[in-house]
Design a protein around this ligand. Structure first.
Ligand code: PRX
Length: 649
């Protein structure tokens, strides 16, 4: 390990921040010694319609995993994100929308947001949406995406957002699993100067005969592009809202009522519907946003994530708005129309806090100073990173170039399942080490375990588990509690297993080393190897497929596919293209393999299990230490694969 450069806490920031180091240590200790008392107090960070008397009722015991927080309290998420700010900051910007085209922008104050959310909530009711119904959002990055989320929460509907980059097939799968009643979409999205045919994709998804639950499709007009219209089913956003009242009483929801479902990839099977509930999630998103970004009233905050991912839920919409923040919602991509776009947006809107992903940072870093050309970025105060491990070189570049060597970086580790940030520096409290997510947030008890679940002490490497519940934790997998227990609580009984590996150093800092299961992280997007493999084998010429991840300078990981064809089929340039197009159609562009390695046999054990460990090493060219190959049914396969790999280069 090369020498670690330590950045001490800036004393000016420590003095003005919500939390300094002494306070962190004291509050962290309280939060773990007395979680009931700690969260009884901090649950008050949001407004409750009916105050809770119970705080924590959780069990990680095998066969009885049950997670309940604030279970007798009632609240409404949209009232917390909007209504409670109207008296003090009704005219403050809630959402600044920045279009894909640098000349397009718009500002919604909290008063505007109130009106729009109430109107759209009433419009949803007019389309038959009731408390407990599931509403699927397949939206571009327009302010209306946040309006739609908040409108669902206002009436107690459960949203499930599907990233606009997913294909019609992937959308259909999520609609079927969630049993959604309504889809909200747009005619087209716009990203990087290109139109995305969202409504067309919805039409294609709904043409799948297995999709039977959808009654209405609400279409927001973004571009005015041509769309097919099914008048018995499709309604225009602007038409149903024009006739809707702009007052809507927020529905009192129990703390444990479902808030949203968000699908994410696992190491096996189909994407999993992660369920978050209302009270604990909002408390946790609100509190982590306030402390991790040290948000101060009046500041402008920009998170570059799409609403289709958990970061877009917790730190683009719910966390910021619950804190009365101004949140920037950006339709485009960080390098369009030019490499300096991200920096230009920072200057244009005087962004104080910027939260983005290592893959974006590395893509800009590759262009050197072009990423900051003509910009000052002097408004920036705090910067964040999320989605994958950030390599120290990218961290240093982000700090020096984008942040003018002035801004602390919060490297935030968390997951769709965790609802909010679990391990991260706090700007006024934590000395930084580039590449380390540092220390746990209040109430989070991480531990490292060996492969049989023994808790490891001191500075060491291990599997990262969390030993007790926190309020933002997912509650179950939609419709499959058994799979929930199996996935997260059976590997190491009594503990939540993250699927990540980590190292803890002598200061107790955590360094996330990446997934230890068969999940890939491509540009910060999670992809299951099994999911891509099953898409591949569904192609009629493919007999078998195995996917592994290989390091990639910008994307973090790239997708490497080993493919065996059916007898009588042979690789060709045309087939190469067809296979890639097929995966794009089945899942979406983010799942398209970067490398196709045609072969006629894969390394298998005598019982027929594919030895991925060997495939990973061959794909990365690390063939000097293949480990034990004696259990292979046919060890000669390995040499053949190595030879084929060489031809591939
Ligand atoms: O491997 C970890 C990585 O992203 C995974 C979670 O992916 P997802 O559920 O899509 O959520 C991403 C946004 C929260 C984790 O299991 N990951 C996320 N943040 C970091 C990270 N790896 C290292 N450092 C991080 N800061």
């Amino acid at each position: 390990m090369s020498e670690v450069h330590i950045y001490p806490v800036d004393s000016a920031i420590a003095n003005s921040a919500h939390i300094n180091d002494d306070q962190y240590r004291e509050m962290y200790q309280q939060s773990t010694i007395n979680p009931q008392g700690f969260w009884r107090q901090h649950g008050q960070i949001i407004d409750w319609i009916t105050p809770y008397t119970k705080v924590k009722n959780t069990s990680f015991d095998s066969g009885h995993v049950s997670i309940k927080w604030f279970e007798d309290g009632e609240l409404n998420v949209s009232a917390n994100c909007i209504d409670r700010h109207l008296a003090d900051r009704g005219d403050q910007a809630a959402i600044i929308w920045e279009g894909d085209d640098p000349n397009d922008d718009a500002t919604l104050t909290y008063n505007d947001l109130y009106q729009q959310v109430c109107q759209f909530a009433n419009a949803l009711k007019s389309q038959g949406v009731r408390k407990g119904d599931v509403v699927c959002l397949y939206m571009p990055m327009v302010a209306e995406a946040a309006v739609a989320m908040l409108a669902c929460t206002r009436i107690g509907a459960v949203h499930t957002i599907v990233f606009g980059g997913f294909s019609p097939e992937a959308l259909a799968g999520r609609i079927i699993d969630s049993n959604a009643k309504v889809v909200i979409t747009a005619d087209e999205g716009v990203r990087g100067g290109r139109a995305v045919p969202l409504k067309q994709n919805v039409d294609d998804a709904l043409a799948n005969p297995l999709v039977t639950s959808i009654e209405k499709v609400v279409v927001f007009k973004r571009t005015g592009g041509n769309v097919e219209w099914h008048s018995e089913r499709d309604v225009w956003w602007h038409q149903i809202t024009a006739v809707a009242s702009n007052h809507c009483v927020p529905e009192p929801m129990n703390a444990e009522d479902p808030l949203f479902i968000l699908y994410t990839s696992g190491s096996t099977g189909k994407p999993k519907g992660v369920l978050h509930t209302t009270g604990g999630y909002l408390v946790y998103a609100t509190m982590t946003f306030k402390y991790v970004f040290d948000y101060q009233p009046g500041e402008v905050y920009w998170c570059t994530a799409d609403v289709g991912w958990i970061t877009g839920h917790s730190y683009l919409v719910y966390g910021p708005l619950a804190n009365g923040a101004t949140t920037v919602l950006f339709e485009g991509v960080p390098n369009y129309p030019s490499t300096s776009r991200m920096s230009e947006v920072v200057d244009k809107h005087q962004v104080n806090i910027l939260y983005t992903a290592p893959t974006a940072i590395r893509a800009l870093m590759a262009k050197g100073d072009d990423a900051i050309k003509g910009t000052k970025r002097s408004s920036l105060r705090i910067m964040g990173s999320v989605g994958e491990p950030i390599n120290p070189e990218a961290w240093e570049w982000y700090h020096r170039t984008i942040g003018n060597s002035r801004c602390p970086i919060v490297d935030t580790w968390w997951q769709t399942e965790t609802g909010g940030i679990l391990i991260s520096p706090l700007p006024g409290a934590t000395a930084l080490k580039p590449g380390s997510a540092t220390r746990p947030f209040f109430g989070v008890q991480p531990a490292l375990v060996d492969n049989v679940g023994n808790i490891l002490a001191d500075a060491t490497d291990g599997n990262l588990v969390i030993t007790d519940s926190w309020p933002g934790q997912m509650r179950t997998l939609w419709g499959d509690h058994e799979r929930f227990e199996q996935t997260y609580f059976s590997t190491f009984p009594g503990m939540y297993f993250s699927g990540d590996g980590a190292r803890r150093d002598e200061d107790g800092y955590y360094w996330i080393t990446g997934r230890v299961d068969d999940v890939l992280n491509i540009s910060g997007h999670r992809m299951g190897t099994a999911e891509i493999e099953s898409a591949l084998v569904a192609f009629d010429k493919i007999a078998e497929a195995a996917i592994v991840g290989v390091p990639h300078a910008i994307k973090g990981q790239a997708i490497y596919a080993y493919i065996t064809l059916n007898d009588g089929e042979y690789p060709s340039a045309e087939l190469h293209k067809q296979v890639k197009d097929w995966v794009r159609k089945e899942i979406g562009s983010i799942a398209t393999p970067d490398f196709l390695h045609w072969t006629d046999s894969l390394p298998k054990t005598r019982s027929g299990k594919i030895m991925r460990r060997i495939l990973r090493k061959i794909a990365t060219g690390d063939t000097s230490s293949l480990g034990d190959t004696s259990t292979l049914a046919d060890p000669s396969v390995v040499d053949k694969l190595i030879a084929e790999k060489q031809q591939l280069l």
